[in-house]
Design a protein. Sequence first.
Length: 189
Amino acid sequence: MLSLYLSMLVNETDKLDFENLYRKYGNSVLKYAKSLVHHQQNAEDLAHNAWLYMAEHFHKFHFANEDLFKTYILTVVKNRSTSFHRRQTKEMELFEDMSDDSIGNLMDDCEELLFAYCEKEDCQTVIESIKQLDDCYRDVLNLFYLKERSTQEIAKMLCIKDSTVRQRLSRGRKKLIAILQEKGVNYEF
């Protein structure tokens, strides 16, 4: 990542200064981000965004000493963390509303889609099985199949990586098939 940040800088002196600061405070920034979001991937994203911001605007900064730089970048991380938590709160409210009021309607709409995926006619079993899945799998499956969202759109909505969405889709399908097989239903998805 350091090479990415350095490529954003024009002045050789700025590149050397930035590299020294990155090497000195990189771990501190990541630890601080981790203390704010308590999740390694999200902390890495926050730290990365903070370093990107600093690299983009490095020519504007004239810090009297390195401690001022550290204070400033930690403030950037804190502000990014606040924005991250706001987005997550909004997304959670969206899914709480969806799971409380709309899940029944979504599951009714799901019957038509399920017939396309199912070879048998017992869709109520499939609907009940989907409801048994963990929230992370149920939400991704609902958004992908019912709302017909792309994995990229789902990733943005849930503030997770696209690869995580694809992984949850795959695991969710496998878990759904396992639940259905336990019930003696053999569906091909």
